[in-house]
Design a protein. Structure first.
Length: 293
């Protein structure tokens, strides 16, 4: 009978084990929460890198930003690979809470204001003064930052054209016409971009338009230096940032990304040359005579 009385104690211990087994989902829930946090951190870091890359940031800057943001939030087991038009990232690759992310980032326009905003956000995250939730809000603010107004952009490009025309040996009279052609060119580029016209086609037509306008002034008998006006007008199309960024990426060992940017700059230069050459050839075929160059 004493053995029979001891059975309830064993039965009770078995029930305790069953209760302990039922408590395991709490640990599973915490693991899910950790996994969700890791993926949120990965998503934030990659989104910041994507915004940098989309707006013309260098490859080393993008890769360093993604890594620093993840380390700032306590994620150390990660891998990041960045090329000119894509980001590949994984976190806790060998763990149960592993996560990976791939972003396709097409080449876009240069926006240094957004790059500066992302850099400032990255610094605050590394200093520990920005929570994950607040970082997401700040990132959306950087993404939705109002772009430069079209009218101001057109005016700035006109001033740029006039300034380069004068610096390259043009007279103030030449700079006035270069200013007007720069205004019209940028207005054409803004309209074409809104209609998703090919960038190469815009460069060819834009450079041809500036060249035709300059040659028309010469044909009308005005005392202008057509070559200076043409150079000042097409300076807006020059891929200066892409060229410098490609060289910097190449010097940093990112030969694939550097080669892509250099190829983009080369093709842009070829399109400009095609547009200018086509306009000059048409002018000669129409009886314009020798060029005043």
């Amino acid at each position: 009978m004493s053995n029979c009385k001891e059975r309830p104690q064993g039965h009770t211990s078995m029930r305790k084990e069953q209760r302990n087994n039922k408590e395991r989902p709490q640990g599973h829930t915490s693991m899910r929460k950790e996994q969700r946090n890791n993926k949120e951190i990965l998503n934030l870091a990659v989104s910041m890198g994507e915004e940098l890359l989309r707006n013309g940031g260098e490859i080393y800057r993008v890769q360093e930003t993604v890594g620093r943001v993840m380390e700032a939030y306590g994620v150390w087991d990660y891998h990041v690979f960045v090329v000119t038009n894509g980001i590949f990232a994984t976190v806790h690759e060998q763990g149960e809470d592993a996560g990976s992310m791939v972003r396709d980032v097409p080449l876009g326009d240069i926006n240094l204001e957004k790059i500066a905003g992302i850099n400032q956000l990255s610094r605050e995250i590394c200093q520990g003064s920005c929570s994950l939730k607040e970082a997401y809000k700040r990132l959306e603010q950087c993404k939705n930052a109002s772009p430069m107004r079209d009218a101001f952009l057109v005016l700035a490009c006109g001033v740029e054209s006039a300034g380069f025309c004068f610096l390259l040996g043009g007279t103030p009279f030449d700079s006035i016409f270069s200013f007007l052609l720069g205004l019209l060119l940028q207005a054409f580029l803004v309209a074409g971009t809104k209609r998703n016209v090919s960038k190469f086609l815009l460069n060819i037509l834009g450079s041809a338009w500036v060249t035709a306008g300059s040659l028309l002034l010469y044909y009308l008998g005005l005392n202008v230096q057509s070559d200076r006006i043409i150079i000042g007008g097409i300076i807006v199309l020059m891929p200066g940032v892409a060229l410098v960024t490609g060289i910097r990426d190449s010097f940093n060992g990112d030969y694939l990304s550097g080669g892509i940017r250099l190829m983009d700059a080369l093709l842009t230069g070829i399109c400009i040359a095609v547009g200018v050459g086509a306009a000059v050839k048409v002018f000669q075929l129409l009886g314009g005579g020798a060029l005043p160059i």
